[in-house]
Design a protein around this ligand. Structure first.
Ligand code: FPP
Length: 235
């Protein structure tokens, strides 16, 4: 079982268009799958689930879709906090929340504080997130900490940078899933996915149920993870 699962939930728009419905309907159905996959992940003993909910590039979509999608995201999140907490889920939002305003920043900070000691599953929602942003931000924080000078041993290095990423403290994903048929990373967790197993499926996100998750997990179990070593070394 992967300890950390990361997912790009793609295909909501096409799912709705295939049914002659507005794209936002696809996103609404997508929220139901977020609930199912979170629950299934917790049951299976996955420790962390990281979901790409809104990328820093999604602002380029038509204004009405951006507005409806961000509203849906924030109302779903606000509406689910109690349930998440009751089920032992620890919430973390990764990404730049500033464009959403103080009220949303406060709501997320409170939800993070409320759930921070929960241990069943870490649910990490990437909102206004981009891998380039994450790495650039970590570099800026590291530079500021070096200049501030309180730790004279601090220098540019793997650990120093990694511990300043938005995912600090969370082990790298073991399995990455992208639904919807495209085969690319789309600026998601670029640093963190260095040794992650990649799984692509044509299933659209609103159809990605727990059976589809089981197929991805079965495929993952057939992989040999070598982390740079030879096959003989890892047997
Ligand atoms: C990609 O489908 C999906 C998104 C950009 C948004 C995903 C967001 C949700 C499922 C809501 C998440 C809610 C919570 C509470 C985490 P697309 O629109 O790119 O689909 P397409 O490729 O078919 O056009």
């Amino acid at each position: 079982m992967p300890k950390h699962l990361a997912i790009i939930m793609d295909g909501n728009g096409r799912w709705a268009e295939e049914r002659g419905r507005p794209r936002i309907d696809g996103h609404r159905h997508g929220v139901n799958r977020v609930r199912d996959i979170t629950e299934a992940s917790a049951k299976k003993g996955i420790r962390d689930l990281t979901l790409f909910a809104f990328s820093s590039e999604n602002w380029r979509r038509p204004e009405a879709e951006v507005r409806l999608l961000t509203e849906l995201l924030m109302t779903s999140l606000e509406g689910e906090i109690e349930t998440l907490h009751r089920n032992g889920i620890r919430l973390r939002v990764i990404g730049d929340l500033r464009p959403f305003g103080k009220k949303i920043e406060k709501m997320v900070a409170e939800a993070t504080r409320l759930t921070r000691s929960n241990t069943t599953l870490g649910l990490n929602l990437a909102v206004n997130y981009g891998g380039h942003w994450d790495i650039t931000n970590a570099c800026a924080r590291l530079l500021a900490d070096i200049q501030e000078g309180s730790d004279s041993d601090l220098e540019i290095g793997h650990e120093a940078l990694e511990s300043r990423l938005s995912t600090a403290g969370i082990p790298a994903p073991d399995l990455f899933i992208r639904t919807g048929g495209e085969q690319r990373l789309s600026n998601f967790l670029l640093w963190q996915l260095a040794y992650t197993e990649l799984y692509f499926t044509t299933t659209l996100w609103p159809d990605f149920n727990s059976d589809a998750l089981d197929s991805a997990l079965a495929d993952y179990r057939s992989r040999q993870r070598r982390f740079g070593k030879t096959a003989q070394q890892v047997v």
